[in-house]
Design a protein around this ligand. Structure first.
Ligand code: SF4
Ligand code: SF4
Length: 199
């Protein structure tokens, strides 16, 4: 049953909040580090010789509950390959207007081609720029890598390529702002000033 004091009680909450310490984030000047396993922008990873890990199988697209991924596979040509497999991802797009960053796509990927970084600045003022292309998603070429297409440099056949010792060896980060965890195949773009940014 309402009483004449109910409106006063409501203002009590307002007044109590007025005297609490205000938490102000100084973003974007000061960027708060994310949790190490934060699900941010995707990365399409490469092998040590620069070939793409994506084999164009579309499993990530089928796993996506938001229908945010579009893949078109194509056949590799011997001597001028994009991936060490039979096929590669000729077209690859992620629509960040749809993506809910659930990570189901990276769980579905059989080659660990697709992983997620810590990058979270994905706002824009138009729809087109939020559909990321393969070129935008591909990991940068690191020292010793060669831009595809080219032959498999790390083994004559798929068995030799995938069982080579260096397949399991850590890859050094390309610059101090990135730390590369080979065990988890996880490319980590640390925000500026992050204590985790140290390689
Ligand atoms: S993170 Fe989730 S919603 Fe985003 S592309 Fe992957 S499966 Fe789809
Ligand atoms: S990213 Fe992985 S799951 Fe998606 S098409 Fe490429 S290999 Fe297949």
């Amino acid at each position: 049953m309402s009483s004449i004091f109910d409106p006063v009680k409501g203002f009590g909450v307002t007044f109590a909040t007025m005297f609490k310490k205000v938490t102000t984030e100084l973003y974007p000047e000061v960027k708060k580090p994310t949790a190490p396993r934060y699900h941010g922008r995707h990365v399409l990873n490469r092998h040590d010789d620069g070939l793409e890990k994506c084999v164009g199988c579309e499993l990530c697209a089928w796993a996506c509950p938001a229908d945010a991924i579009y893949v078109e596979g194509a056949n590799n040509e011997e001597g001028a390959r994009y991936s060490p497999g039979e096929r590669y991802g000729a077209v690859y797009q992620i629509n960040y207007l749809r993506c809910i960053f659930c990570g189901l796509c990276i769980e579905a990927c059989p080659t660990r081609a697709l992983t997620m970084s810590n990058e979270y600045e994905l706002a824009d003022d138009n729809r087109r720029d939020l559909i990321f292309t393969k070129e935008q998603l591909l990991a940068p070429l690191r020292p010793g890598m060669e831009r595809p297409p080219h032959a498999m440099r790390l083994g004559d056949d798929e068995r030799a390529y995938y069982t080579r010792e260096s397949h399991y060896r850590p890859v050094p980060p390309a610059d101090p702002g990135e730390a590369y965890d080979q065990k988890a195949e996880f490319l980590f773009h640390a925000p500026q000033g992050s204590p985790d940014g140290a390689a």
